[in-house]
Design a protein around this ligand. Structure first.
Ligand code: PBE
Length: 300
């Protein structure tokens, strides 16, 4: 009798372990093109920090495409947490839907595709603008001139981002980029008089793209003699600082879509120096191995 009970207990224990393992393997299963994608990712879009424009746009997309009816949700985290989840999923070919954008090294490091957006929630293409406080031209004419000329390409921005992602300090990566692109930097600074230690404050959000651009601009301004400080903050305070004269400038305004709310709120209190990078893009993205998922509509 005792023997029988022991056997039964062992059997039950093994059965329990088997059930737990099955549950795990379900979560860790490779992407299966024959099953609805929603149930494979727990109806979850892996997002970034709550303040990002891409998060607001994604909430709109969830409604516009009727994904809310299936209880799709947007998970808030940070760029670092999202890319780390992506990295783990990618290595095992697990299904994942992320908030994606370019320029960013995630598109260099992984084969990802933007999902088509037939309802145009995310807008076609984004540009990044340089924005300054009012009266900067009067108080800091040399810096203003340089900022007005500053522009580069998504590839150039990516090259700095990749270096930082590989462990180089942003300051060093920016300095190296400047050293390797003397002609372009000379265009930005041509004929500008050097100043003697005037202060200059830039604000930015610590997204990889903005870490890259802000550090490059800061280093160029330093080379013109400015004492530059750069301060990372959330998106709303970044705009408020420039609008309220607490900061001189920022190069982080993704428009016309991603930062639209802030642009509208602060338009009359800032100066928009126009585009410093053309051809950015924002949307939902999945890894290449999710073959039959090509449009946001395919998530339904
Ligand atoms: N981003 C990167 C930002 C702008 C820069 C796309 C994550 C956003 O507001 O969504």
């Amino acid at each position: 009798m005792l023997k029988k009970i022991t056997k039964l207990t062992t059997f039950l224990a093994l059965a329990a372990i088997a059930i737990v393992l099955a549950g795990c393997s379900n979560q860790m299963a490779k992407y299966n093109p024959k099953k609805p994608v929603g149930e494979q990712v727990d109806y979850t879009i892996t997002g970034i920090d709550a303040g990002a424009g891409i998060m607001a746009s994604t909430q709109k997309a969830i409604k516009a495409y009727g994904l809310d009816k299936d209880n799709w949700q947007l998970q808030t985290s940070s760029t670092a947490a999202m890319t780390s989840t992506l990295d783990k999923a990618y290595k095992k070919k697990l299904p994942i839907v992320i908030t994606g954008w370019t320029p960013h090294w995630m598109f260099t490091k992984y084969k990802l595709k933007f999902l088509k957006d037939p309802k145009n929630v995310y807008g076609k293409a984004e540009d990044i603008h340089t924005v300054t406080r009012k009266n900067l031209q009067k108080d800091r004419p040399e810096a203003y001139k340089m900022l007005d000329r500053f522009h580069w390409t998504p590839e150039q921005m990516s090259s700095v981002m990749i270096k930082v992602n590989n462990g180089e300090s942003p300051e060093k990566a920016a300095k190296n980029w400047i050293k390797n692109n003397p002609k372009q930097v000379a265009q930005w600074t041509k004929g500008i008089k050097h100043v003697k230690g005037q202060s200059f404050k830039m604000t930015y959000v610590a997204w990889d793209s903005e870490i890259a651009s802000t550090n490059v601009v800061a280093e160029v301004l330093k080379s013109l003699g400015y004492k530059v400080t750069i301060q990372a903050m959330e998106m709303q305070p970044m705009w408020a600082a420039v609008a309220g004269n607490d900061a001189d400038a920022m190069v982080s305004a993704w428009l016309p879509n991603t930062s639209a709310v802030f642009y509208k709120d602060y338009r009359s209190k800032i100066e928009d120096l126009g585009i410093n990078l053309r051809g950015a893009k924002v949307g939902l993205a999945v890894p290449y191995y999710m073959k039959n998922i090509n449009s946001i509509e395919d998530l339904k």
